[in-house]
Ligand binder design. Structure first.
Ligand code: NDP
Ligand code: HSE
Length: 436
């Protein structure tokens, strides 16, 4: 059988990784797909640049439209990134009747609804396993292997760069900026690394996970997003003393009134598996009503782990080429006309426990006033920690862990605490999840 012909857009970290993996595992891939998979044409901006792969037998161009318009190409592999040119190229490929494989979570989170509608109308597939969790087959697991379940919630470490930074800062006391530049040189970070550290990349991924878990349209603009830039060493140390670790989590949870969608730093008990996912590794915990909790773990970024997911998509699409388009796995797991219009809840309606860190004048009655404010709003205290003050300090540090409460109630309490004369610095609030 003739090999399937692929047109590759982008020869950067992931593109080069895909070329290497397809070449190295060509025999295994052919045995699985039933035919070979061959890249026939590839584009990059700078054709004079040295690439970390063998480009022999591939026609190169600096004009990406030549790839998507090439009649020989059956599958377009988009590995450029971004939502401008990438969107135009993907739409053009679909209009040309070509299948698409992409690792671009920003593109899927922002324009997926439009892209999938166009692809369905054209009878082509758009596959995006590498868009979430790097090499972890998390899309396939939720979309296909858990399709007998009602998904109750999922929580994951879904940005490799952010987890790498937090781990290196905690274990080696390294500087934020220093670790970020290492993540960039290792090819983990996005072209704009603020997407990694401000939580935007994780929000793109959570948008996709929530959609395939709950059967709702992609709604990136409804995700509450906080990054890791404001986490201090002091908070990491306080969390450890209380038996917790701070991880940057994406959480999607079904509530009776709608869906919680949030990305933020989170204290989790240190005995949980998720608390021990370190470095560039990612993990996603998914709870289904039938199966219970399931955990998916693996490298969240990097050339070959991501290529592993991309090549799996190429194999799937190669197998699907002869399948009736109406019998393929739906892009967002549920049939397009069966998507639910469950509301995404505002963050004020989310329910979480909290870590509060405040500094207050070191005098009698202050702690009593704080606990009264919390008590009046029905907020129970689970633990209080008063770290040893520095000798020269004029105020005291107070750390409080609360029981779960609605965010709006907590915000109201925080406003009241901040108004106290004794409070000397803005209070730090970090959400706490037991992940039971
Ligand atoms: P890179 O920046 O390493 O590679 C991008 C490639 O696209 C380069 O070859 C570049 O050409 C080419 N390119 C960029 N802009 C243009 C343009 N205007 N016209 C033509 N070609 C262009 O990115 P990555 O490989 O890291 O990421 C690719 C995609 O994969 C992104 O969507 C990213 O979010 C996603 N992803 C990345 C992961 C990772 O670990 N890196 C993991 C999972 C997903 P040139 O080389 O000449 O500059
Ligand atoms: N920049 C992303 C990360 C790449 O660090 O997780 C993988 O999606």
């Amino acid at each position: 059988m003739e090999p399937v012909k692929v047109g590759l857009l982008g020869l950067g970290t992931v593109g080069s990784g895909v070329v290497r993996v397809l070449a190295r595992n060509a025999d295994e891939i052919q045995r699985r797909a039933g035919r070979g998979i061959r890249i026939v044409r590839a584009s990059a901006r700078d054709l004079t640049r040295e690439r970390d792969c063998d480009l022999g037998g591939i026609t190169l161009t600096s004009q990406p439209y030549e790839v998507v318009d090439d009649p020989e190409v059956q599958i377009v592999l988009e590995l450029i990134g971004g939502t401008g040119l990438a969107r135009e190229l993907v739409m053009r490929a679909i209009d040309n009747g070509k299948h698409v494989v992409t690792a671009n979570k920003a593109l899927i989170a922002l324009h997926g609804n439009e892209i999938f509608a166009r692809a369905s109308a054209q009878g082509v597939t758009v596959a995006f396993e590498a868009a979430v969790g790097g090499g972890i087959p998390i899309i396939k697991a939720i979309r296909e292997a858990l399709s007998g379940n009602t998904i109750e919630w999922l929580a994951g470490i879904i940005n490799g760069t952010g987890n790498f930074i937090l781990t290196e800062m905690r274990d080696k006391g390294r500087d934020f900026e220093d670790v970020l530049s290492e993540a960039q040189s290792l090819g983990y970070a996005e072209a704009d690394p603020t997407f990694d550290v401000e939580g935007v990349d994780a929000a793109h991924k959570l948008t996709i996970l929530a959609s395939i878990a709950f059967g709702i349209p992609l709604q990136f603009d409804r995700v509450y997003t906080e990054g890791i830039t404001r986490i201090t060493r002091e908070d990491v140390g306080n969390a450890a003393e209380l038996g917790y670790r701070i991880k940057h989590l994406g959480i999607a949870r079904r509530q009776p009134e709608g869906i919680e969608l949030r990305v933020h730093p989170t204290l989790i008990p240190e005995r949980r598996l998720l608390a021990n996912v370190d470095g560039v590794m990612n993990a996603v915990l998914v709870r289904g009503d039938a199966v219970g909790p399931t955990l998916y773990y693996g490298p969240g970024a990097g050339a070959e782990p991501t290529a592993s997911a991309v090549v799996a998509d190429l194999v799937d699409v190669a197998r699907d080429l002869t399948v009736d388009p109406n019998n393929r796995v739906p892009h967002l797991a549920f049939q397009p006309d069966a998507l639910a219009d469950l509301p995404v809840l505002p963050i004020e309606e989310a329910i979480s426990a909290y870590y509060l860190h405040l500094r207050a004048a070191d005098r009698p009655g202050v702690l009593a006033d704080i606990t009264r404010i919390l008590g009046e709003r029905g907020i129970s205290i689970e633990a209080v920690l008063q770290p040893q003050p520095a000798e020269e300090a004029e105020d005291a540090s107070i750390v409080i862990l609360t029981a779960p409460v609605r965010e709006s109630h907590m915000n109201d309490a925080i406003e009241a605490i901040q108004r106290m004369d004794a409070i000397t610095m803005p209070l730090t609030k970090i959400r706490v999840e037991s992940l039971k």
